[in-house]
Design a protein around this ligand. Sequence first.
Ligand SMILES: Cc1cc2nc3c(=O)[nH]c(=O)nc-3n(C[C@H](O)[C@H](O)[C@H](O)COP(=O)(O)O)c2cc1C
Length: 213
Amino acid sequence: MTHTSIKEALDWRYATKRYDATKKISEKDWEVLKDSLQLAPSSYGIQPWKFLVIENPALREKLKTVSWNQTQVTDASHYVVFLYKEEMDEAYIQKYIDRIAEVRSIPPASLDGYKSMMIENLAKAPDEKIRVWSQRQAYIAMGFLLETAAMLKIDATPMEGFDPAAYDEILGLQGTGWKSVATVALGYRHPEDSFQNLKKVRFAEDSIIQYVK
Ligand SMILES: Cc1cc2nc3c(=O)[nH]c(=O)nc-3n(C[C@H](O)[C@H](O)[C@H](O)COP(=O)(O)O)c2cc1C
């Protein structure tokens, strides 16, 4: 991509309010969108997230009723619910260490220092701190997905307008250690979605980007 085409894609994207329910994202495009989730960075690389792709139409209808009846939930081609991990225990840290060792073909024991550091900073941290931290990581993945969608000229909507406790219940998340925090609808804008014609509202660049010399 060129500088111009990246800028164009960023201007082109908008939080889509109304989707064309007849248009579906191709397999090929979905592959790349999935990659953007899997390849997103996270603190320590520990990936305290999961992404539920809700395919069942009846389930989407149900979720819509606890999402301020926002039509994106049912009409978008894909609907992704972002989950964060509530607690960071030694078992999860070990699982991550084992994965590094497997992928990089190194002995797990060579990662003992890294493991101790994560246990100290994460497993021993107060639960509330971990919850906030985990949610932040999930939002990084969300940003990657939104940006990738824009580059592919696929419409997207980041969404927090839903009842997370109701989602957790509908999706059977109680007792799993995972909770919903945000969602992203993806697909193709309806030609009559008037929001696509609105000018973007952003504070002036010099008021938000400051060079410290
Ligand atoms: C975390 C987050 C949650 C949002 N929740 C909703 C939502 O529930 N429904 C919706 O229509 N838009 C939602 N938005 C879209 C914002 O209103 C929109 O991104 C913002 O007004 C800027 O406009 P633009 O994205 O069209 O440039 C959300 C955006 C973010 C980043």
